[in-house]
Design a protein around this ligand. Sequence first.
Ligand code: NAI
Ligand code: MN
Length: 338
Amino acid sequence: MKSIAIKQPNELVIEEREVPQPKSGEVRVRVKLAGICGSDSHIYRGHNPFAKYPRVIGHEFFGVIDAVGEGVDQSRIGERVSVDPVISCGCCYPCSVGRPNVCSSLTVLGVHRDGGFSQYAVVPSKNAYVIPNEIDDEFAVMIEPFTIAANATAQLKPTQNDVALIYGAGPMGLTSVQALKGVYNVKEVIVVDRIDERLAMAKSSGADRTINNTSLSLKDELDKLNIKPTVIIDAACHPSILQEAITIASPAARILIMGFSSDPCQITQQGITSKELSIFSSRLNANKFPIVIDWLNKKLIDPKKLITHRFDYTDVVQAIQTFEKDQKQCCKVLLTFS
Ligand code: NAI
Ligand code: MN
């Protein structure tokens, strides 16, 4: 089989490997589609602190089970599946409180262990979620990015009375917009970014209002519009954003961050406590695949609005370069495996 491996930072090869045999409790997936995410590019470029090399990247993938290991029901062979990349121990404190996404010995497919940019991948059977026939392949491959929004919104508990503001109209901002509007029917969703083309995508994903903050003060703009966001999601993840979010938030608002920057940021307790703000963070997803599959079944979200490019896996370098360089036109890039 062919696998896309990062041998070391900036060295990507498509190499011949032996087709892996599923071990006890595992299934083998013949991969059909995979999505490129920022973290794939970061591992490729050597900017992911968690990555070990060599590594087969890819944590957003869909395919068909073609073999099962010991203890897995043979009837799973032939199932169309989407794979949850979060592998957890099941017995540590975070696992015991339903948060396997921050398991004390967390393993993420495509980061800590070989992932899905490969013609075949072996994964724990319980991570392979069967996809109903009514859900297209291209919807199924988009489940993982939507689980990020599902995890964030599970914490924020949005209601129809909320006015939400999302920083960033990249894939993470857009999945959040679709969840807030399509699933939670939030009254108003405002998206802030510096790129007009991306803001246009936010509109088509359901944003009620967009603001380009390249050359204006967001606080002044919101004051002028008399808007005080009650829910804020930072899907742009610059360290300066949290303090601004605290400043623009309504009293009693909830703020959620999802960035991994190691740079410090300055925030004041007064800003948080005087308005009794709640600040959440969200990493990956805690058992959210069934929830997003349900959203797809009910047609509450439309992942195709995010898919802008498709490449054959043999053109993966061009695909990643397009993803990295063309933020105006590019959102989700898919790789097809044959
Ligand atoms: P992206 O880079 O495609 O999108 C970020 C967007 O934010 C860009 O459109 C950019 O123009 C905009 N932006 C940057 N600074 C801004 C500012 N000050 N004000 C307004 N807009 C600004 O990235 P993607 O894939 O959407 O991911 C977003 C972030 O989420 C990344 O930092 C990534 O590391 C993080 N992430 C976190 C996950 C988690 O589970 N916690 C999962 C996936 C991504
Ligand atoms: Mn992803």
